[in-house]
Design a binder for this molecule. Structure first.
Ligand code: FAD
Length: 505
């Protein structure tokens, strides 16, 4: 049991996106008598990458009473409507598929039947690209400006929900500024020691200057240095290296390749991994994430330049092992953000996962009224772990692609599939995936980070659902269902004809 009644101080170790977000969230639930203190080191700094949000970003900002417009102004944010995957199938110049952030209001995803989506199945059966049903895709493809995107969103002319791209340094600064205005204490110091009592509870942290800061609850948001969980308090590390090969990244900045900042994050396949390009207002945050078994750091840096055709200034090499801690809440320690695990930058899952973890932590603390049972903590950890497993499997699916042209892509193809994804893939040979298939990734009906529609955008983009697989479910529709499918396909055809005519004028 964790007794937080009478708690005097909560320490957050780390002032990156995760640390400040946790501090702002906890400030809302602890009384003013409890000090919330963020200890971070300007000498160590933040990781300085992580510039793309997921669909839970807007709700997360609202949950800490941050106005979206303020967020956009202060962090140099641009609209993010999803992802563009380039070169993941054939490697040819025009090889591209999209994973857009589809709104549940879009026609095809609105019509759910027993957890399946017959209109999407009809698209698969007719060889139609899944994003074609979404209003707003033409803005992505035509490199619309931010103003055009805003107008379309305001006018509800798109079936896409927006998240944001943002500057990773500015987001931490903005959260910090907001936190300081809300009575959160900030201390710039390096923590060298973490002290525990006989029960293994953390009782204090000690700075390099020798200051001992007592605490009742500590959030380990120390990034990849992972100061507490797994070191001071025990937790099992689960490596995902058996299934996912990425373990290095070289970040750099580049100018916009097009007139306007794109509305999607780009993931461009290269010889031994892929390059992210995240368009902000004044620059693109980019990086090559790769497998160190297949390319050296020097050759990776050279490949960036040969791909872009100009010189760039690589910031540094970031090393990581894909994986997570199985228990992120141990005793009076919660670990969040990179301190709790990291899979890789694909699909920008890290901040989204951190937000869910903090949200669930706040929920458990609130419902517990200061007395947290061991079973609540156990359940939290199981749920959090399942979420990591979902990320692992979802990302593994992205590499279930047809490229075989370099040693890396051939090794990717030979890399084992996790059991749960393998089982899902088997089902996808015979029918489209449905909500039920993903329930194992969540506990007690809580939603995972990705909806089955997100899985389907990637699965169909990679051709992982055979056209014939959905035939039986379409045949089984009642007559009115079949009629609705026919009308939908006719509507899609009309839109296509109109778009072709508009492009020709
Ligand atoms: C290559 C790469 C690409 C990524 N891309 C994305 C993306 O597109 N989308 C996404 O959601 N996420 C992405 N991420 C993850 C994202 O960067 C992080 O989830 C996010 O920035 C939060 O980081 P953090 O706060 O956990 O750690 P950090 O930003 O590293 O902060 C750690 C903090 O701990 C402090 N600290 C560490 N040790 C000590 C100590 N001993 N004493 C005092 N302070 C200490 C540091 O000073 C710092 O303030 C990416 C990560 C990598 C590596």
């Amino acid at each position: 049991m964790l007794n937080l009644r009478g708690a005097k101080r909560v320490v957050i170790l780390g002032g990156g996106t995760a640390g400040w977000f946790a501090a702002l969230s906890l400030r809302k639930i602890f009384s003013v008598a409890v000090e919330i203190r963020v200890i971070e080191s300007s000498q160590i700094g933040v990781v300085g990458v992580g510039e793309g949000g997921l669909l839970n970003l807007q709700a997360a900002l609202h949950s800490i009473d941050i106005d979206t417009n303020d967020f956009v102004c202060e962090t140099g944010a641009t609209y993010k409507w999803g992802f563009s995957y380039e070169g993941w199938r054939t490697g040819a110049k025009d090889d591209r598929y999209f994973h857009p952030f589809a709104s549940a209001e879009g026609l095809a995803s609105k019509w759910e039947k027993s957890g399946g989506f017959p209109l999407i199945s009809a698209m698969i059966h007719n060889g139609i690209e899944m994003p074609d049903y979404l209003r707003g895709m033409e803005l992505i493809k035509n490199n619309a400006s931010q103003q055009e995107a805003k107008q379309a969103l305001d006018d509800k002319q798109v079936d896409i929900i927006s998240s944001f791209h943002f500057d990773s340094y500015k987001i931490a600064e903005f959260f910090k500024k907001t936190a300081l205005a809300r009575n959160i204490v900030h201390q710039d110091a390096i923590v060298d020691d973490v002290q525990t009592n006989e029960q293994g509870r953390v009782v204090a942290v000690v700075t390099r200057e020798g200051e001992r800061i007592e605490l009742d609850l500590v959030v380990d948001a120390s990034g990849l240095s992972r100061k507490i969980i797994g070191k001071v308090v025990p937790s099992r590390w689960q490596s995902f290296g058996e299934h996912l090969l990425m373990d290095r990244a070289i970040p750099f900045y580049m100018p916009h390749p097009e007139k306007n900042p794109g509305l999607v994050s780009r993931a461009i396949a290269l010889s031994s991994g892929w390059m992210w390009q995240i368009p902000l207002v004044n620059r693109v945050g980019a990086g090559y994430v790769y497998s160190s078994k297949h390319v050296s750091d020097e050759d990776a840096a050279a490949e960036i330049e040969s791909h872009l055709g100009y010189a760039v200034k690589p910031q540094r090499v970031i090393r990581f092992e894909p994986g997570c801690y199985e228990q992120v809440w141990v005793g009076n320690v919660l670990s969040v953000g990179l301190a709790s695990g990291f899979v890789e930058p694909l699909e920008a899952t890290s901040i989204g996962q951190m937000i869910e973890s903090v949200r669930n932590f706040v929920r458990v603390l609130t419902l517990s009224q200061g007395i947290v049972s061991d079973s609540a903590v156990r359940e939290f950890n199981m749920s959090n772990h399942q979420s990591w497993i979902e990320v692992r499997d979802f990302l593994r699916m992205h590499y279930d692609c047809p490229r075989r042209d370099t040693p890396f892509w051939r090794d990717v193809a030979a890399t084992p599939l996790p059991d749960a994804y393998r089982a899902l893939k088997e089902c996808m040979q015979l029918r489209a995936p449905r909500l039920l298939d993903l329930e194992g990734y969540t506990l007690h009906g809580r939603r995972g980070i990705f909806h089955v529609i997100n899985w389907m955008f990637v699965a169909t983009g990679l051709g992982l659902i055979p056209r014939d697989a959905v035939k039986t479910e379409l045949m089984a529709l009642p007559n009115e269902g079949k009629q609705a499918v026919g009308e939908f396909l006719a509507w899609l055809q009309q839109r296509k004809t109109a778009a072709t005519a508009a492009a020709a004028t």
